[in-house]
Design a protein around this ligand. Structure first.
Ligand code: AMP
Length: 276
């Protein structure tokens, strides 16, 4: 496994692969790897001949009061995991390789990037779309794999890749969960023992909303019921529980179209998201 730090090195490696008609799959990560990340790597390996993982804690997607400084970083452990899971190249650039001096260009995905987490974390999706557009432009992957765990992010990236004609097939991979249903996340390590014990209620709650709506219950009533239940369990605040059209993330009205239930809620200092 090769580790590269500069855009031009990554370009050269990928160019060589493309010259012999190899397909390249990319898996962007911020490190602090868990089984969720590894599942994306395995999917990329099934879809492409070579796998590039990226390791970059992207400063532009963190708000001023968010956890950029304390975000878990352990490059050696992450590299060992990448190596053990068949990654060919890791792109781990310093910030100014992605954001050169004088940098002034942002990518903002309107509509689908403005609701839900776009409202609760202003600038978050602009940071994500900006960094992913740059990673795609540098690495020119044929496909890239993202987790459904971050469902709205996946839809924002799909929209961005299509709108900018980046020629990257954006693939979604199912959410990997702990045995009790909690979606794996690098941020779960922030939870105290008491918070960790109640965290799976988020998944249980949205799963029950999904089942009720599937059997004909009114979405708005189910959203309200879920918010009350989460509050009573100790989630505070509950940013949203929403029953959406799975593609547009508009409020769910058309029962012939696929539906997604998404939620975001705080346990102490930790914000959890999940969807089913
Ligand atoms: P992050 O390092 O948190 O930015 O996540 C990198 C990628 O891993 C994103 O595409 C996430 O959606 C994905 N991911 C994070 N957690 C999970 C999970 N539990 N299951 C599947 N994919 C995940």
């Amino acid at each position: 496994m090769k580790i590269v730090r500069t855009a031009s090195e990554l370009r050269s490696v990928v160019d060589l692969w493309h010259r012999v008609d190899m397909q390249v799959g990319m898996v962007p990560t911020m490190g602090a790897l868990h089984d969720g990340h590894l599942s994306l790597i395995h999917m990329a390996a099934l879809q492409a001949d070579r796998v590039v993982a990226t390791l970059f804690v992207n400063p532009t997607q963190f708000g001023p009061n968010e956890d950029f400084d304390r975000y878990p970083r352990d490059e050696d452990a992450d590299m060992a995991q990448f190596r053990a899971n068949g990654v060919d190249v890791v792109f781990a650039p310093p910030p100014d390789e992605i954001y050169p001096p004088g940098d002034a260009t942002l990518v903002h995905v309107q509509g689908i990037g403005d609701s839900l987490d776009g409202t609760h974390r202003p600038g978050f999706f602009t940071g994500v779309a900006t960094v992913v557009a740059r990673l795609f432009t540098i690495g020119r992957p044929d496909c890239a794999v993202f987790g459904e765990k971050d469902y709205q992010q996946l839809q924002v990236i799909r929209r961005m890749a299509q709108d900018l004609h980046l020629g990257v097939r954006v693939l979604g991979a199912p959410t990997i969960r702990e045995a009790d249903g909690l979606a794996m996340s690098s941020r779960n390590r922030y939870l105290s023992d008491a918070e960790r014990a109640i965290a799976p209620v988020l998944h249980e709650t949205i799963r029950s909303v999904a089942e009720e709506v599937a059997s004909g219950a009114e979405p708005g009533t189910q959203e309200m019921r879920a918010i009350e239940l989460l509050k009573a369990t100790g989630f505070d605040p509950v940013d949203y529980v929403t029953v959406c059209d799975a593609h547009t993330l508009d409020p769910y009205v058309d029962r012939d179209r696929p539906v997604r239930v998404l939620a975001a809620a705080w346990l102490g200092e930790t914000r959890l998201i999940d969807n089913v």
